[in-house]
Design a protein around this ligand. Sequence first.
Ligand SMILES: Nc1nc2c(c(=O)[nH]1)N[C@H]1C(S)=C(S)[C@@H](COP(=O)(O)O)O[C@H]1N2
Ligand SMILES: [Mo]
Length: 157
Amino acid sequence: MSNESGWSPPHSHEPNPAPPSADPNFAIHSAGNASLLTPEVLRSLPQRSVDNCYIVSTGHGTSGPFTFSGVGLLDLVLLYTDGEWWAAADVLSADGFRTRISRDELTSELDRPIILALSIDGEPMSRYEGLVRLIVPGEESDALRQVKWVSEIQVIG
Ligand SMILES: Nc1nc2c(c(=O)[nH]1)N[C@H]1C(S)=C(S)[C@@H](COP(=O)(O)O)O[C@H]1N2
Ligand SMILES: [Mo]
């Protein structure tokens, strides 16, 4: 599942411990348009929280449970995308880590939504902790989709 389309790193991936840059801003690309997203912009949008999240590192053990809060990835895609043409959202980090989230995944399990997290356990997330971090609550066997330091989102057809 996490290696769907060969788009996520292999299971044995060693996590990068440090952010690739200090800059938490990134762009969302959709149908040829690019919009800048900053933590401030994201905090101005409706927030969602997901409790009981675990980061399951196969190499370094499991941490959590955490409550992550931020913007629903589906909410964001719908806000920046006109129409129904899209099939997935690619979420990338500048360190080369990335994952692809299908429209099906985004529109199911809406009680535990996939979010772009800005806070952890009610506190603002630090850059070191992953700001802005993709949280995929349904991924419970490894952390290969819990992308830290998001540097780009591409909505694809
Ligand atoms: N950008 C980025 N995100 C990443 C990784 C990485 O190397 N780069 N490693 C992943 C892996 S393999 C793990 S186990 C977790 C580690 O998360 P933690 O540092 O919060 O424990 O981050 C995931 N997200
Ligand atoms: Mo990992």
